[in-house]
Structures are given as structure tokens and as C-alpha cells.
Design a protein around this ligand. Structure first.
Ligand code: SAH
Length: 221
């Protein structure tokens, strides 16, 4: 090993340590979530130009004009979802695949859907490389959920709708939890947690967030 490589290695280890520290300081305290985020290296999901910012707590651009979410937001959303080991989880908005990979560490099975075929294809390649065999990625309009695979124990939406989409509410099991950003515009969105009760739903507002919008139909690529 050359001196440079050694320095790079040390630097990387330190950046990863700071990454985990930042998660904790922003309120990600659940040890199972932290372990999952320690295991799944964000570096596999950030490509090209922005790769030197992989371990910074910020959203970054990915293909198709989309973004990989800010790590602390990924952590807080995952924590709010209270995933149990036997759960089947639906994620709407595969993007880079990072959030799905985190969920795959905590759940029995993860379905993830994106309207961009290219993002689904690229995420599947990463899942294969990392041997994450309990994730199924599908190109579809996720606002309709996956009626054939549901109902789900947990649903996580990583794009903002005006209101929780009806089909997703319908595909949530009783006792199930859905976490999603809702809001009328790009600027004002809240993260909410919906729990399906025996009769009706309970809604809890968690925090302000900013996500790309949930868009109808399949994308061009
Ligand atoms: N969870 C991702 C980040 C998601 S960015 C990650 O970990 O990297 C939001 C994603 O939602 C984008 O990839 C966008 O294409 C997707 N999206 C927007 N509207 C959608 C819809 N109706 N159905 C499925 N995916 C949608």
C-alpha cells in the first residue's frame, strides 16, 4: 500500500464515522436503523460527479433529474416506520435504491417502485452486486401501489403528494404504518405518519421536509 492509499483509507473511515455521528445528532437513535445505515454503504448509490460528497448529510442529484435523499431524513423516516423483521414493505420512489437497501436490512421483503425504468434498472444492478435478494424493484406508477403484492405491513413514500393516495391507504394492513411527505407545493411539505386502525386511520405530523413531487404515469426513460 502506498502512503496515499493509506491516507485515503483513513480519510474514508473518518468520513464514515462522521456520517454516523451526524445521523445521531439529527435524531436517528434507533440502534437497528443505525446498524442498517452503517452496513449499507451510501457510496454504492451515489455516482460520478457527486461521489466525493457521499458521506455528507445532504441530498444529491441522481439520474432522471431526481435526488437521493439526505441520509438523516432516510434515517428519521425509517425510524418512524417502526419496521419489524417479518414485515413486507412497499417503498414508492426507488430513486437510487439507497432507502430500499436500508429497509431490506430490517424487513423480510421489500417491494420498491419507481416511474423511471432507468432508475429501477440501475438500482437492481446495485442490489444484485450487494446480494440484497429480498428486494423486488418494479417500474410503475407507485401512487396505485402494488395491488397484487399487497396488503403491506409498512409503506414508505419518498416523493410528495398533496394527500395520501387512496390506493396506498387501501393496501395498508390493519395495524400497518405508512410514512410519507404531503404538501401542496415544493416549499411546504410535512412528513406524516399514518396508522391504519380497525376503523379508519390515525394521522400524526412529524416534521417539515422537502421532496420531489409524486408524478403521475411512467417516465420517458
Ligand atoms: N428513495 C430514493 C429517493 C427518491 S427521489 C433514494 O433512496 O434514493 C423520489 C423518486 O420518486 C424519484 O426517483 C421519482 O422518479 C419517483 N417518483 C415520483 N413519482 C412517482 C410515482 N408516481 N410512482 C413511482 N415513483 C415516483
Amino acid at each position: 500500500m502506498t502512503m496515499d492509499a493509506e491516507e485515503d483509507g483513513d480519510d474514508l473511515a473518518e468520513r464514515k464515522m462522521r456520517f454516523l455521528f451526524a445521523l445521531r445528532s439529527k435524531g436517528v437513535t434507533d440502534s437497528r436503523v443505525l446498524t442498517a445505515m452503517e452496513r449499507v454503504d451510501r457510496g454504492h448509490f451515489v455516482k460520478g460527479l457527486f461521489s466525493d460528497r457521499t458521506y455528507e448529510d445532504m441530498p444529491l442529484p441522481i439520474a432522471c433529474g431526481q435526488t437521493i435523499s439526505q441520509p438523516s431524513v432516510v434515517g428519521l423516516m425509517t425510524q418512524a416506520l417502526c419496521v419489524q423483521p417479518r414485515d413486507t414493505v412497499l417503498e414508492v420512489g426507488t430513486g437510487s435504491g439507497y432507502q430500499a437497501a436500508i429497509l431490506s436490512q430490517l424487513a423480510r421483503r421489500v417491494y420498491t417502485v419507481d416511474r423511471h425504468r432507468r432508475l429501477v434498472r440501475e438500482a437492481m444492478e446495485v442490489f444484485r452486486t450487494l446480494n440484497l435478494t429480498n428486494i423486488t424493484a418494479i417500474a410503475a406508477d407507485g401512487s396505485f401501489g402494488l395491488p397484487d403484492q399487497g396488503p403491506f405491513d409498512r409503506i414508505l413514500v419518498t416523493a410528495a403528494a398533496e394527500d395520501p393516495p387512496g390506493p396506498l391507504l387501501a393496501q395498508l394492513k390493519i395495524g400497518g404504518i405508512m410514512v410519507l411527505p404531503v404538501g401542496q407545493s415544493d416549499a411546504v411539505q410535512s412528513l406524516i405518519k399514518v396508522t391504519r386502525l380497525e376503523k379508519g386511520f390515525d394521522y400524526e405530523e412529524l416534521r417539515p421536509v422537502r421532496f420531489v413531487p409524486l408524478v403521475e404515469g411512467l417516465g420517458a426513460e
